[in-house]
Write a protein that binds this ligand. Structure first.
Ligand code: PA5
Length: 470
């Protein structure tokens, strides 16, 4: 498929982050005052490209071979299987869910097979036993390809799901079980790579420099997307276009650097909440994906030079217009602690006219003759106006249309924005030490070898008082 780069360019409107629109907003002087820090953040991210945990910056450029392999594998899966199930969690699940929701039919699994043209798609990103049983109630494992995705190759949740599925497949299919599992994992570390080698699974590799939440554009996201008929080359082209646009150090031309700078300056003014509010059901789970990216990358308690800090901005997902009837009251009248990102879509992929009716009720009839498209646009414009009038910082990202190319642009925009913001904050954007404690305690509770000390620590933790348990 061909994409017109110029026509598909995202539009970023930062007016409502500026003091001309919102009293709390910023001025040219703020950019000037922070010019050195901004230049340094740009230089750090540029220098880091392709190194350490910034391998994700190269994904739009270095995957020709792997894309060919993914497409061939996806074609075979589409031909031979009726269900495709991703087993994974966090960065190994949120990207696949977001891309599926963005590009595929919004009721994809309910479509008849001839319209779907690919297997039904499920992402199991929890260890709720009820959900596992529910999955097994609706799929036939003998007609299912399972894609086990884990970078570390040892995440308890994913490996638990794997153990259950492997056992089930082996009991029902014997030797053929191996043809129903594809592993996506690190080539160099973890258990899954060893298990895959022993069992003979088809395997895709997650490059070392690509962390979970930055992995949607590698096989983690590309294989599930291709299986669902998504044009993964289009996604990579879009990501590349955004990456190229963000190469410049000029803040007025680099949307990710501009967004990062404004968000960072807002954080320093106590705006501790980042609301992501797309006005498109297709983008609903982009907000989920963003929450992990933003929260896990920027929520840190140490600076790069080892100083104590407790920084970050709590990401909140919202959906326009649905959450106008749930969250917007708080955004408009509540505390001045948020930056709201609206995502607009110029051209929805469908147009629905509102038919004539209710002539004797003018307060209903005014809707007639319009389209749902006009209504959702009007509601977004009106909410942006109301939020701005209430003095709350906000900005809008507009997609000309939601397709593979603009999805790729959006993903790359958010990843670059996160990297720049982390650099401005002086923290390690790419680690997640804060989740280790909970993981280790889980291992101790379940008796993993080597966790005796942690088990003893847990046993000695302050006991809960009955008087506070009602
Ligand atoms: O961003 C990250 O690295 C994490 O959130 C991981 O994606 C998550 O913990 C799952 O890890 P793994 O892919 O190793 O199973």
């Amino acid at each position: 498929m061909r994409y017109n780069k110029k026509e598909l360019k995202l539009k970023l409107d930062f007016n409502n982050m500026m003091s001309k629109s919102v009293a709390d907003g910023f001025t040219e002087r703020d950019f000037a005052r922070n010019a050195a820090a901004i230049a340094q953040a740009h230089a750090d991210v540029t220098a880091g490209r392709g190194n350490g945990m910034m391998g994700w910056t190269q994904l739009p450029y270095n995957q020709d071979e792997v894309v060919a392999d993914i497409l061939a594998t996806a074609n075979a899966v589409r031909k031979n299987f009726e269900y495709f199930v991703v087993l994974g969690i966090g960065g190994s699940a949120l990207g696949p869910i977001a891309a599926f929701q963005a590009i595929c039919h919004l009721h994809y699994n309910d479509l008849p097979k001839r319209k779907r043209k690919g297997p039904k798609f499920y992402v199991e990103d929890n260890v709720d036993p009820e959900r596992m049983v529910a999955l097994l109630d609706v799929i036939d494992p003998a007609k299912t390809m399972f894609n086990v995705i884990t970078k570390s190759g040892s995440t308890s949740e994913t490996m638990t799901q794997y153990l259950i599925i492997h056992d089930l497949l082996t009991k029902t299919l014997g030797d053929k079980a191996k043809d129903h599992i594809i592993a996506t994992t690190s080539r160099s570390t973890g258990n899954l790579i060893k298990i895959a080698g022993k069992e003979g699974y088809k395997t895709f590799y997650i490059p070392d420099g690509v962390g979970g939440r930055f992995s949607e554009l590698c096989p983690v996201g590309l294989l599930p997307a291709a299986v669902c008929g998504i044009d993964i080359k289009g996604m990579l082209l879009g990501a590349r276009a955004m990456d190229e646009q963000c190469a410049t150090s000029s803040i007025k031309k680099n949307p990710a650097l501009m967004a990062a700078t404004l968000q960072w300056m807002a954080m320093r003014k106590g705006k501790n909440v980042s609301v992501m509010m797309p006005y498109a059901d297709g983008l609903k789970y982009i907000a989920d994906w963003y929450c992990q990216l933003w929260g896990e990358s920027l929520g840190k308690n140490k600076t790069l030079d080892g100083k104590d800090c407790n920084v970050g901005q709590t990401p909140v997902k919202a959906l326009g217009v649905t959450d106008q009837h749930s969250q917007v009251q708080l955004y408009a009248e509540g505390p001045f602690d948020k930056v709201i990102t609206f995502i607009a879509v110029d051209n929805y992929r469908e147009t629905v006219e509102i038919p004539q009716g209710c002539e004797e009720f003018p307060n209903v009839n005014f809707l007639c003759g319009h389209t749902m498209n006009e209504l959702i646009q009007a509601e977004r414009t009106a909410t942006e106006y109301a939020i701005t009038k209430a003095g709350k910082l906000n900005h809008t990202i507009t997609l000309p249309v939601l397709n593979e190319f603009t999805l790729g642009e959006l993903l790359m925009f958010f990843m670059l924005k996160t990297a720049y913001t982390g650099a401005l904050m002086g923290i390690d954007t790419f680690n997640q030490p804060g989740v280790e404690e909970g993981k280790n305690a889980t291992y101790a509770l379940l008796g993993r070898p080597g966790y005796d000390e942690k088990r003893a620590e847990l046993a000695n933790a302050p006991q809960k008082a009955l008087k506070y348990t009602i």
